[in-house]
Design a protein around this ligand. Structure first.
Ligand code: ATP
Length: 942
């Protein structure tokens, strides 16, 4: 055991092949291992970040740039307002004190309560009242007159029953309690502290400061007017010019309002409601891009699905989800008794949410036409969500920003760009509705004034200027549009993103870099193929097609004569090929200082007749899948063409009705079972429900999936998925079927079931299959084509290839005893020096005889028969029924025997217990061809 270990660790070849052994690694210490692993991981991460360069670049650049730009745009917009100079500020003359108001303008209220009741204070307030009446120019009998009324006649718990002018109260406690118990009923309170003898007059004014703003508003002129009036009265009362007046201001005590103002909902509502709708959008983008990435969309399109149907089906499905989401949002809003939902017309809000959702779903369609991988899709949709949220939070939660875009100082370009974004149109519409429906805070009393509501007709009326101007926006030059305008904008958004989706879907390269020219819509061919139905099949005559193609087709250097003959016959229109591939050529990349052009398929010509299975063999990267992808229309060829039953390759729509494809990687919907897959693909191929039922019964039984037909495909093993893919490729009676490695991952039993299924299926069709199993190609195919580095290297039936490229015959013999062992070997190597010893272990001897020894084979067989011991002792068949050996009495082999094989050997001289002979296998032919091709390729003789 120890010596084994020693020999393992000391074997330099093993060490270099498998890396360092565990003992050496552990002796390096933790730090070394840590650093080595860290380095490897950093390297791997770097490679991954490089591969996902779109995502990496957007994280590094797009994110800060986008957010900072939005922030900067907002700053610029507000700067326009802030930087406005006011060369001629308005003047606010201090007027008389005007009549108080309660919560509503007509509600009873008290203008001024004062205390203590004293000769001084009564006289001052009386003078104030007279002066105020005089200043306002109204008579004391007018309902708006603020008269001196003496003692307040109500107790502390009784709210005012009429509008009081100026009343005296007993003390500060009464004033305090009255205002707490009856909030928002008293405009001002005054407490006096006077000393007439010393000519000192102090007073304090209680008033509501909560709505004070640090701006040029005239709101405070009421307080200033009152102070001016009281001072004037004091001076008048003191009777000399030396009165010392001291005044201070005090806020009213505040009490919680009876009704909640829902200020959070009206300010942050756009953010929350926007977020509630965006979940659908993110999910939608992810769903579409994942289907594209997993090639599910492509697989359905190959089955005949029209791309407009694909888009519309998803759009409608998610529109239905959005519709439900909007209804739930509306129901929740009503259930929670939110003002904006309660006081606005149902359909106004409903359409705002719905149109916004529909526009965002269109944005989602456009994104999925551009983006090819799901990781980027998540990133981009989250970006859009966050930017939208910022827009909602910064712009629509702040009244100062809502209509700022229509201020005469703001660039119209910003406004026009913003209107291209559905969140902007949604937000501005919502805020407009919310402003009118949720009510506002009364600036004087600080109480909530319920909104007037938003009716359908308000859509067609101007937004009240008080809302627009209260945000500081001068919209006189460019009026804010009527609300319905934003509905129109959302409709325009839908149409605009729909057009972009259609355009991007055609011109942005997919994973296979297939794209149309940027001006594809000018091509009449595009419109003709778009309007043609799936079943229209415009056959062209082979002769015309070939003459139009004008293939040059020079034979490749060192080309096999069968491949050259195939080149000639595909050009002969009299030969009835169902699938004719002419001069198919595909290159990847461009020749530039940074990259080189790579030829994946080099002028391939093939003709396949109906009822034929052609096996396309080749090493990894030989060009098999590329050939299949081009013939399926997934990838564009660089040059050349193919004709399917009279339909040229470019007529993809007609080709798809003829095609069945089993791609190399299973393209299955994880969340669908086998029956659902068949129903879907059968439906896309236009099968009736009876036909679909029959495939479910017979097809699933044939590929032995019937018992698991209701299990989701994600629960299938690799082999089961493969069998389902094979079955799907045969749905709809396709005339041409491509199977790319159809039995990969299948166990031998199931593989044989699939072979039997394909064998029975091939009648009346053309089948091309690629495989790495030579046995499969041997068993299934009528002809075999071997590819290397994009070129056809050999073509013909399996038997023909074996006899043409075979290296000869293989003899395996079991020596009777150790002495006969050496005799057999010596005899063969003396007489057939070209024979190659393949194995001579455990009493068995295996020789490969070259084809040049072919004429001597019958004699050699006779010698073997003559030298084999008792024939009855051995079975001549293996478990499969194949002939294994022949057993005949033995005889010494010499040239004399070859000349006279009928001479009998002495029984005691028997040399061989058993023997068998086989021709070269297809695998050996394949290896030989590939080896030769590799030598030519590497020597530059290609
Ligand atoms: N989209 C592509 N861009 C660049 N090169 C590609 C692309 N698709 C295929 N190739 C290259 O074309 C060559 C042929 O690839 P293809 O997939 O056809 O090989 P294959 O014979 O099917 O191999 P396998 O047996 O492994 O499936 C390969 O060298 C491959 O790298």
């Amino acid at each position: 055991m120890d010596s084994d270990k020693e020999s393992l660790t000391s074997n330099p070849k093993l060490n270099s092949a498998a890396g360092l052994n565990a003992i050496q690694v552990s002796s390096r210490g933790y730090f070394y291992t840590f650093m080595a692993q860290l380095f490897k991981m950093l390297n791997r991460n770097f490679i991954l970040l490089k591969r996902y360069y779109v995502s990496t670049l957007s994280q590094v650049f797009l994110s800060p740039i986008a957010f900072l730009l939005v922030m900067f745009a907002l700053q610029k917009a507000i700067d326009v307002i802030n930087k406005k100079s006011i060369p001629h500020p308005e003047s606010y003359p201090l007027g008389p004190l005007d009549m108080c108001q309660g919560q509503h303008r007509s509600d009873p209220c008290i203008n001024i309560m004062y205390y203590p009741k004293s000769t001084d204070s009564d006289a001052i307030m009386s003078i104030f009242s007279n002066n105020n009446l005089e200043r306002s120019g109204i008579s004391s009998t007018s309902p708006f007159a603020i008269n001196y009324e003496g003692v307040f006649d109500l107790d502390v718990n009784t709210p005012p029953k009429k509008k009081y002018g100026i009343v005296s109260i007993s003390d500060e406690n009464f004033l305090y309690n009255y205002c707490l118990i009856n909030p928002n009923t008293t405009a001002f309170g005054i407490s006096f502290e006077t000393n007439k003898a010393a000519d000192i007059y102090k007073y304090q004014i209680w008033f509501n400061t909560t709505m004070q703003r640090n701006d040029t508003s005239a709101f405070n002129t009421r307080v200033l007017g009152l102070i001016r009036g009281i001072d004037e009265a004091i001076i008048g009362y003191s009777g000399n010019g030396n009165a010392k007046i001291d005044v201070d201001l005090k806020d009213w005590p505040t009490v919680p309002p009876e009704e909640s103002s829902q200020t959070i909902i009206s300010t942050l509502g756009p953010m929350f409601l926007f977020s509630a709708q965006m979940v659908i959008f993110i999910n939608f983008v992810l769903m579409l891009v994942t289907e594209k990435e997993k090639r599910l969309r492509e697989s359905m399109q190959l089955a005949g699905l029209r791309s407009e149907v694909y888009w519309i089906s998803w759009y409608l499905s998610y529109s239905a989800l959005a519709f439900l989401c909007v209804l739930v949002t509306m129901a929740m809003g009503a259930a929670l008794n939110l003002d904006v939902f309660r006081n606005a017309n149902f359909f106004v809000l409903f359409f705002n949410f719905l149109l916004f959702n529909l526009a965002m779903l269109m944005v989602g369609c456009m994104l999925s036409a551009i983006i090819n991988n799901s990781q980027t899709a998540v990133l981009v949709s989250v970006y859009i969500f966050v930017i939208g949220l910022i827009l909602m939070g910064a712009v629509f939660s702040n009244p100062s920003f809502t209509y700022i875009w229509w201020d005469s100082g703001t660039s119209p370009a910003i406004r026009r760009v913003l209107m291209l974004l559905p969140p902007f149109n949604f937000g501005i519409m919502f805020v407009t509705v919310s402003n009118l429906a949720s009510g506002s805070i009364q600036p004087i009393t600080g109480t909530l004034i319920p909104g007037v509501g938003f009716k359908w007709k308000n859509l067609y009326e101007n937004i009240p200027s008080s809302y627009v101007q209260s945000t500081g926006v001068n919209s006189e030059i460019i009026p804010v549009p009527k609300p319905v305008f934003f509905f129109y904008q959302l409709l325009i958004n839908i149409v605009m993103y729909m057009a972009l989706t259609w355009y991007m879907d055609n011109v942005v390269p997919n994973n296979f870099r297939v794209r149309k020219s940027p001006l594809f819509f000018f091509s009449p061919l595009y419109w003709r193929s778009l309007l043609r139905s799936n079943t229209t099949n415009k056959d062209v005559s082979t002769k015309d097609w070939l003459s139009r193609l004008k293939p040059s087709l020079p034979p490749q250097p060192n080309e096999d004569e069968d491949v050259t003959a195939e080149r000639r016959s595909v050009l002969d229109s009299n030969i009835d090929y169902s699938l004719r591939i002419v001069d198919l050529h595909k290159t990847f990349g461009k020749e530039s200082p940074f990259s080189t052009k790579f030829t994946a398929i080099d002028s391939t010509c093939l003709g396949i007749k109906e009822g034929e299975i052609l096996a396309l063999l080749g090493q990894n990267g030989a060009g098999k899948s590329t050939t299949m992808n081009i013939l399926s229309g997934i990838m564009n060829q660089t040059s050349g063409d193919a004709l399917f039953y009279g339909t040229p390759l470019r007529d993809q729509r007609s080709i798809r009705t003829l095609l069945g494809i089993c791609p190399q990687h299973d393209i299955l919907f994880d969340e669908l079972n086998a029956v659902e897959h068949i129903t879907l693909y059968g439906g896309l191929k236009g099968l009736s429900s009876d036909e679909i039922e029959r495939i479910i019964e017979d097809g699933l039984n044939a590929v032995r999936l019937y018992s698991v037909r209701f299990k989701l495909s994600k629960t299938y093993s690799g082999g089961m998925k493969r069998r389902l893919s094979v079955l799907i490729a045969t749905i709809g009676n396709p005339k041409v079927v491509f199977f790319d490695e159809p039995t990969t991952g299948m166990d031998p039993v199931n593989r044989r079931h699939v072979w039997r299924y394909l064998e029975s299926f091939k009648k009346g069709r053309v089948i091309i299959l690629t495989s790495h199993s030579m046995e499969e190609a041997d068993v299934l195919s009528d002809r075999v084509a071997i590819m290397a580095h994009g070129r056809l290297r050999a073509l013909g039936t399996s038997i023909k290839l074996k006899s043409k490229f075979g290296i000869g015959y293989r003899f395996s013999m079991i020596a009777k005893n150790t002495s006969s062992y050496g005799v057999i070997k010596n005899t063969i190597s003396n007489l057939f020096p070209e024979a190659i010893l393949e194995d001579d272990s455990a009493g068995s001897i295996i020789y490969n005889f070259p084809k040049e020894n072919e004429e001597k084979i019958p004699e050699f067989v006779s010698w073997l028969e003559a030298n084999q011991e008792n024939l009855e002792d051995y079975s001549t068949q293996d478990s499969n029924g194949f002939d294994l050996s022949m057993t005949i009495p033995t005889q010494a082999f010499d040239m004399e025997f070859l000349n006279n094989p009928s001479s009998k050997a002495n029984d005691d001289c028997k040399l061989i217990s058993a023997w068998s002979m086989s021709q070269t296998s297809l695998e050996e032919v394949f290896l030989k061809i590939i080896r030769e091709a590799q030598v030519e390729y590497e020597s530059g003789n290609w």
